[in-house]
Design a protein around this ligand. Structure first.
Ligand code: FES
Length: 221
């Protein structure tokens, strides 16, 4: 059993590893010389991913923000301001899997309350912002994830699970508990964003509209 996120303490040091250094070089190279502070968002993301990789909890302790500030020659307070403003940065330890339940209107109308209920039932969390006792899950409510057409959406780390309901959410979380990672995307076999019963338009070959490029030149008599 992993440690509960609340048992994890702020580390006393943080250093980027080789994997992160390679990603940092790529991020900084995208900006003109002297403007490296513009890479603060990617560097915070790199720090959070390194924490996830090395500790099983993708969050950004203060010492990691300090390492970002040092890498970009920025005052640490500027990095703290940015890290605490954006929702995608976790400034407290989280569980191995970050369950992000979209609660905005289209997902809510399509049953996001049931998705949240399944997360609570399987993980034992009482509500948003809480983590399971085994350290596997942290549950957050997020605003529109841009996948409304396949609502409701549950985002797990970087992956979207779409067309969720209570039973499918429960099955997904139980798979994660077993160490399995089901395929992301629609959980009802929907292709892309097609209607649930299959496509209802463009079901035959498109009509070939004559244009200058596809009209055969007339043959000379
Ligand atoms: S409202 Fe949930 S993805 Fe848009």
């Amino acid at each position: 059993m992993s440690a509960a996120p609340s048992d994890r303490v702020e580390p006393t040091s943080f250093a980027f590893d080789d994997h992160s250094h390679a990603a940092i070089d790529v991020a900084i190279a995208k900006y003109p010389p002297g403007k490296q502070a513009s890479a603060v968002l990617p560097l915070l993301d790199i720090a959070q991913r390194q924490m996830g990789r090395t500790t099983g909890s993708a969050w950004i302790p203060t010492v990691a923000m300090d390492a970002v500030a040092q890498a970009l020659s920025m005052p640490p307070i500027r990095v703290y301001e940015i890290a605490t403003f954006y929702l995608m940065f976790n400034t407290k330890p989280i569980g191995r899997y970050h369950l992000q339940v979209c609660g905005t209107t289209p997902c809510w109308l399509r049953g996001s309350d049931e998705v949240a209920r399944a997360c609570r039932d399987v993980g034992g969390m009482k509500g948003y912002g809480e983590s399971s006792a085994d350290g596997l899950f942290t549950m957050s409510e997020v605003e529109c994830l841009g996948g409304c057409v396949n609502a409701p959406i549950l985002q797990v780390d970087d992956d979207y699970y779409e067309d969720m309901d209570y039973e499918r959410t429960k099955a997904l979380l139980e798979s994660l508990k077993r160490g399995e990672k089901p395929a992301r995307g629609s959980t009802i076999g929907r292709i892309g964003s097609a209607p649930t019963g299959g496509p209802v338009t463009l079901t035959s070959d498109p009509i070939r509209v004559p244009s200058a490029s596809n009209v055969e030149p007339e043959k000379a008599e």
